[in-house]
Ligand binder design. Sequence first.
Ligand SMILES: C[S@@+](CC[C@H](N)C(=O)[O-])C[C@H]1O[C@@H](n2cnc3c(N)ncnc32)[C@H](O)[C@@H]1O
Length: 221
Amino acid sequence: MYKNEGYWNNFYLNNKELKNASEFIKSDYLSKYNAEEYLILELGCGAGADSFYLANKCFEVIAIDGSETAITKNKALENNFVEFFCKNLSDEKEVKNLLYYVNEKALRGQKNILIYTRFFLHSISESVEDILLSAIKVNSKVPTSFVSEFRVKEDEKLYKVFNNHYRRYVDTNLFLEKFINEGFEVEKFEKARGLSPFKDEDPFLARVSLRYNLDLKSAKI
Ligand SMILES: C[S@@+](CC[C@H](N)C(=O)[O-])C[C@H]1O[C@@H](n2cnc3c(N)ncnc32)[C@H](O)[C@@H]1O
């Protein structure tokens, strides 16, 4: 079980409006990556709109969510470019195995890894974020980028369309400090409203592009 699992299963059972790819996936945070060089790992893919968008651009995509309902629906539409897996990403062993699998696959295909998350980091606790961070570092065998969009603390009091489940409003100063201390370089960062309006809601979001510095990893060993 992960936080809000029942909520998310119910959400994907009832929501039919989730087929449009996000503005983030179409933004310049993603445009420099190409399918020849990068294997995509999407975490918290939900209804899979962004995963299918990338698959349609010929990226090889491994897309993960803990919601059995979402993954079953997505799997029915799978194609040669995208594979969906139902995994509990708060389970340390699951996450380590996943990152091991993705690194081996990238090595075999001579690709780098791009970890993509949208609206996922704010749906997990900081301890789950730390599990993820550690699994990325421990298993890293190829250059790895991390591109993410998430809600920030400035969003906490703003109007929400869906407001009945757990959210963590991320303090971006602490977030960046932590990732930098753990060996990531910040390639791009912004936070603002107007990035992803939804119905009457205009959330305060951060967008970030980080790169895990493999040289720093070997220097520390
Ligand atoms: C706000 S939704 C975002 C979905 C999609 N990325 C989007 O942009 O619409 C958060 C997703 O993260 C998933 N999730 C949250 N915590 C999780 C965990 N511990 N393990 C696996 N999936 C998780 C939920 O099931 C949900 O689909």
